[in-house]
Write a protein that binds this ligand. Structure first.
Ligand code: MG
Length: 187
């Protein structure tokens, strides 16, 4: 199978890294547990525009920090060993510096990384998934889930506080080790 995997909030606890960087930048002490939105703006009292600007300024640092979600790397390596192809498909901008920290982070944390299997700037993940022929997609963000559902890309939600009330009935994992059962059922 070809497996599409988002990065932020799917294999990486990006919220935690972002809160750390935002706290330092804004001299605040927000706790990650208190951020329940997908975006950090409200927790820091920022307008949408301020939030967007700050994220652009800090994203390189945010992407270089932080740790994978538990068992994500281990499970994806095992899936590759079993003959599945892993594609990392992210909406992070395809800027040189951002691509570089993304690559380095994936390698540093021993994900099954290949240059040809990292797709940056995937604004429409359904479109990318169709082009590659992805059989199963892992995603956390409601905005991207919408497109994947619309285009009938088989998708699993990676559980997060901001997607708990997602309206479509998709499979949901809270732990990457649950993926083995899903793959076994499908193949
Ligand atoms: Mg994500």
């Amino acid at each position: 199978m070809k497996i599409g995997v988002d990065i932020d909030g799917t294999i990486k606890d990006t919220h935690r890294a972002a809160v750390e960087v935002y706290n330092k930048e804004l001299n605040q002490s927000v706790r990650v547990e208190d951020v329940t939105d997908f975006y950090l703006d409200q927790a820091y009292g920022l307008t949408k525009q301020e939030g967007r600007r700050l994220w652009r300024k800090l994203e390189e640092e945010i992407y270089s920090l932080g740790v994978p979600l538990p068992h994500a790397a281990e499970v994806l390596n095992e899936l590759e060993k079993r003959g599945h192809e892993i594609y990392f498909i992210t909406a992070r901008p395809g800027l040189k510096n951002i691509a570089k920290v993304t690559r380095e982070w994936l390698k540093k944390h021993h994900f099954p990384y290949r240059d040809s299997h990292l797709i940056m700037d995937a604004q429409n993940k359904a479109k990318v998934a169709k082009r590659i022929g992805i059989d199963l997609f892992f995603e956390d963000a409601p905005f991207h889930l919408d497109k994947l559902v619309e285009q009938h890309v088989p998708t699993v939600i990676v559980d997060a506080v901001y997607n708990r009330d997602y309206p479509h009935p998709l499979r949901r994992i809270k732990d990457w080790r649950e993926v083995y059962d899903i793959i076994n059922e499908k193949s």
